[in-house]
Write a protein that binds this ligand. Structure first.
Ligand code: IMP
Length: 190
């Protein structure tokens, strides 16, 4: 069975391919000739994941799964949330995004935050979602050089390191995306 993973990140694709039953063959967006930007116009993380999976089914005919992630910070009512990638502007600059967030939180005592990943799976004309959450705090400064995005300022609960200070394998075990992917794998394996 062929299943599209709505990504062109081949590392992500390989990682998931290695974990699911071998009878399911994962295809990237490139592999099905989808080179346009898929619309992500929903005001929610769930909505965007569903929109992407449904777009592929409708326009390319393949069963598909898509993921969407956001960082939700308590003290600013869950922002940047669905707008995490472009929080500081359309250039999607990770450093500028972190600077803006650190600035917003200046003087605020509550620094609790969570990463949320939703994976939407369009399979056999049914749409199912899997949600992974990782809770933590926003640090006062950037620490570490691994990972990407907001990793240098996110310290998961129970750890003294930020995501950017943890080895990737350690991050994957506890991360929002790791948890959502595990649920997807369990579902596809049954
Ligand atoms: P996407 O939906 O996976 O593209 O994620 C949206 C945005 O959330 C990214 O551009 C990053 O800024 C941020 N983000 C997603 N996952 C992570 C993560 O694991 N660590 C840090 N930032 C992340």
């Amino acid at each position: 069975m062929k299943l599209v993973f709505a990504t062109n990140n081949l590392n992500k694709l390989k990682e998931v391919q290695a974990l699911i039953p071998s009878k399911i063959q994962l295809l990237s967006l490139n592999a099905i000739g989808c080179n346009e930007d898929i619309p992500e116009t929903s005001p929610t993380i769930e909505g965007n994941a569903k929109q992407k999976a449904q777009y592929i089914k409708l326009n390319y005919g393949y069963d598909c799964f898509a993921d969407d992630t956001g960082l939700e910070v308590d003290a600013i009512n869950g922002a940047p949330g669905v707008y995490s990638a472009r929080y500081a502007g359309e250039t999607k600059d990770a450093n500028a995004n972190m600077d803006k967030l650190l600035n917003e939180l200046k003087g605020k005592e509550n620094r609790n935050a969570q990463f949320k990943t939703v994976i939407a799976l369009e399979l056999n004309n049914k749409l199912v979602t899997f949600t992974g959450i990782c809770e933590g705090v926003i640090t006062l400064d950037k620490r570490g050089d691994k990972g990407f995005g907001y990793d240098p300022i996110f310290q998961p609960n129970g750890y003294s390191e930020t995501f950017a200070e943890l080895p990737m394998a350690e991050k994957n075990k506890i991360s929002h995306r790791g948890k959502a992917v595990q649920q997807l794998i369990d579902f596809l394996s049954h």
